[in-house]
Design a protein around this ligand. Structure first.
Ligand SMILES: [Zn+2]
Length: 57
């Protein structure tokens, strides 16, 4: 499974349809509706990742 953001392979499965990219430090979920991406907050909580605020795309 390659990371949908960086395309790298530094990913690990953390749950059903949930993956974590060590490169981007984001968690993403893949389902029928597409890819949902979450950032890990400093307190360990998950926040919706907003690609429009990032320079990644
Ligand atoms: Zn990545």
């Amino acid at each position: 499974m390659n990371c949908p953001i960086c395309g790298g392979r530094a990913t690990g499965k953390v749950g059903t349809d949930q993956y974590f990219c060590w490169n981007c430090c984001v968690e993403y979920r893949i389902n029928k509706e597409g890819v949902q991406i979450f950032e890990l907050g400093e307190d360990g909580s998950l926040m919706a990742f907003d690609p429009y605020n990032q320079q990644l795309y």
